[in-house]
Design a protein around this ligand. Sequence first.
Ligand SMILES: [Fe+2]
Ligand SMILES: [Fe+2]
Length: 222
Amino acid sequence: MPPRKKKTEKHVGKKTQRKKATGQSAKGKAKRAQATKRKLLSRLNSRKFRSTHEHTRGVVDWAERLTRELKKTRSKLSVRMVSDAAWLHDIGKLEVNPTHLNSKKRLSTREKQHLQEQHVLKVRALLGEVFPTELKEGVLSHHERYDGRGYPLGLAGADIPFIGRLLKVADEFQTKIEQRIFQKKIRDIPEAWNEMIRGKENSFDPYIVNALGRILRRRRWI
Ligand SMILES: [Fe+2]
Ligand SMILES: [Fe+2]
């Protein structure tokens, strides 16, 4: 057997340098992502959308709880990444044209589709290049429904990115709790949960709703 070639100093140096450079650029990208996140959130809060901050905080909480629960079977899920996506999930509100919101004119399916496609492009541009693809997909797909009747793309089932399905459950559950509080109902969580299981088959991924059920039962909230 020929003697193994010793690594030259030059070789080791290059490898270490490359490792260092990749590490630094990944660190730099993560820092830029956090800075962009802060900027986008302060823009969103300054637009004074009704209860946006409170709503977002709630969605982040549920999304983090769900991720921890689902991590038991899906080890690749990152709580940090899902949490960032949850913070940014409603960032598309920054791109909603107020004239469309206030317009009483009924839009045709084609017009609606066009507006939604435009919206997707604008949200993609808003998030830019600093965030991971999975995060962007989650933000863009959290209004899709499991039965394919959601928006913006009308994706169904497993075609919806997993993180989008997770955010959908967290977002809707938080919204239902807020509505109940708004209606001054005290039994907010159990009632919100009942509404969730009614929509389990068509709006949500049942696997994720079941995980929410486990969390709520463990805490004796339902
Ligand atoms: Fe939303
Ligand atoms: Fe939301």
